[in-house]
Design a binder for this molecule. Structure first.
Ligand code: GRF
Length: 215
């Protein structure tokens, strides 16, 4: 039975609420979390994994001379679990070209903005500063370009005049927790692919912005 499940490795750096959503969904879904790897030993997400007897590993960037060495160690750690898919969930390190090309087409990221708007950090404050009426979350394939790979799906929230960066983050996180397990299950079912740098679902190329969960 287990062999029919898609094996995923989740990479985290912090709280791991998206990891928790994946753990909870995996109980009734078509994927199984083979391991959780953090670049920070004190990431709370590691405790979430341990609570569910999911193997954990820590690969700390400060233990390596440079970015390439770190990337290689991380790659080896991930490969030791032979995952079908690598899932970045609040993983706060920029990954190099060798790493990205090694996992090309089998690595996803979740980003708290409606890409291509606001790649990088502080997305909620930047959305407020730009007076956006809508904000949201994107799940995308990881490519060499930071937060720039083909978008698979987005969900959105309304920005109200009382919103702060904190309240927006909360609203967006709620959407993240629903969207990420859904996209991972598409991949696990063999429905989602990266072909010629284009995300496809059920064999059809996805439009820019991907599937709009709530258009
Ligand atoms: C989320 O907003 C995610 O989109 C971003 O980092 C945050 C991680 O939150 N990449 P958590 O660790 O999953 O709670």
């Amino acid at each position: 039975m287990e062999s029919t499940h898609c094996k995923i490795v989740v990479l985290i750096s912090g709280n791991g609420s998206n990891l928790q959503a994946l753990i909870d969904a995996s109980v009734h879904s078509n994927f199984k979390i083979a391991a959780v790897i953090s670049n920070k030993a004190d990431a709370f997400g590691l405790q979430r994994a341990q609570r569910d007897d999911i193997p954990t590993a820590v690969v700390e960037h400060k233990d390596y001379e440079d970015r390439n060495e770190f990337d290689r160690a991380l790659m080896e750690s991930i490969d030791s679990y032979s995952p079908d898919l690598v899932v970045l969930a609040g993983f706060m390190r920029i990954l190099g070209a060798e790493f990205v090309s090694h996992f090309r087409g089998r690595i996803l990221n979740i980003h708290p903005s409606l890409l291509p708007k606001f790649p990088g950090i502080n997305t909620h404050q930047r959305a407020l500063d730009a007076k956006e009426k809508e904000h949201g979350v994107s799940v995308h394939f990881v490519t060499e370009e930071l937060d720039g790979g083909p978008v698979i799906a987005q969900d959105r929230v309304k920005v109200s005049k009382d919103d702060t960066a904190g309240s927006l983050a909360e609203k967006v996180l709620e959407k993240e927790h629903l969207l990420y397990p859904k996209v991972v299950s598409w991949y696990a079912a063999g429905r989602l692919k990266l072909e010629n740098n284009q995300a496809t679902l059920d064999g059809s190329a996805l439009p820019e912005g991907g599937v709009q969960v709530h258009p």
